[in-house]
Design a protein around this ligand. Structure first.
Ligand code: SF4
Ligand code: SF4
Length: 67
């Protein structure tokens, strides 16, 4: 992956609510066969966007590239 900003999900916190998947308009996320949100198109993520992090009720989302 060459992209320098994309979400990382902490599955120890994630409650599988799928709010992040439903929120993001850029198809960064998909849903795995076991119902987890997964990052499938990190290159679509908008640099410095924190939309999915803000709406995650479990504070499970951080970003690669965030310092
Ligand atoms: S919004 Fe947060 S808790 Fe809900 S599925 Fe996404 S990462 Fe998990
Ligand atoms: S940070 Fe923004 S563009 Fe990136 S996955 Fe979350 S909502 Fe989508």
């Amino acid at each position: 992956m060459t992209k320098n900003w994309y979400p990382i999900i902490d599955y120890n916190r994630c409650t599988l609510c799928l709010s992040c998947y439903n929120f993001c308009p850029h198809e960064v996320y998909s849903i795995s066969s076991d119902g987890r949100p997964i990052v499938v198109n990190p290159e679509n993520c908008v640099e410095m966007c924190r939309g999915c992090q803000k709406i995650c009720p479990a504070s499970a989302i951080s970003y690669y590239g965030d310092t």
